[in-house]
Design a protein around this ligand. Structure first.
Ligand SMILES: O=C(O)C(=O)C[C@]1(C(=O)O)C=C[C@@H](O)C=C1
Length: 115
C-alpha cells in the first residue's frame, strides 16, 4: 500500500507507515496520536451499532454469526494487503465484535423498554 497521511483533529499529520523516530518520547507521541485516531474510529463504529439496533426489528437478529465471519474474513484479507499481523487483527476484531453484540443488545432493549 502506498504511503499517505491521516490528519488528527489538530491537523497534525500521521504518516503511513509511521514516521521514523529516534527517541522514545518522539515515538510515544506518535503512538499517542495514532491512539486518538483509533479511538475516534472506534467511536464511529460504535455509532453504527446504535443504528443497527434501531434497524433490526428482532432481537434474534443482533447476533449474526455469518456476518461476523464475513467481517473477520474481510479484515484479514485487508491485513494481509497492508502488512498488519493477522493474529493481532483477528483477536482484536473477534473481541470487539463480541463487545459490539452486547452493546447492540443493550441499545436494542433500552430503545424498546416498556413496549
Ligand atoms: O452487521 C451487523 O449485523 C452488525 O450488527 C454489526 C456487527 C459488527 O460488529 O460488525 C455486530 C453484530 C453482528 O453479529 C455482526 C456484525
Amino acid at each position: 500500500m502506498s504511503s499517505h497521511k491521516i490528519f488528527t483533529e489538530k491537523r497534525k499529520a500521521i504518516e503511513y507507515p509511521a514516521r521514523k523516530c529516534t527517541t522514545m518520547a518522539e515515538l510515544r507521541d506518535e503512538i499517542d496520536q495514532l491512539d486518538r485516531v483509533i479511538v475516534e474510529l472506534l467511536s464511529v463504529r460504535q455509532g453504527c451499532m446504535e443504528q443497527a439496533a434501531e434497524i433490526k426489528q428482532d432481537r434474534n437478529l443482533v447476533r449474526d454469526e455469518e456476518r461476523v465471519e464475513d467481517v473477520v474474513a474481510k479484515v484479514l484479507a485487508h491485513a494481509d494487503k497492508v502488512g498488519a499481523h493477522p493474529e493481532l487483527v483477528e483477536m482484536l476484531y473477534r473481541d470487539m465484535i463480541e463487545w459490539c453484540i452486547n452493546y447492540e443488545m443493550t441499545v436494542f432493549d433500552s430503545a424498546r423498554d416498556g413496549d
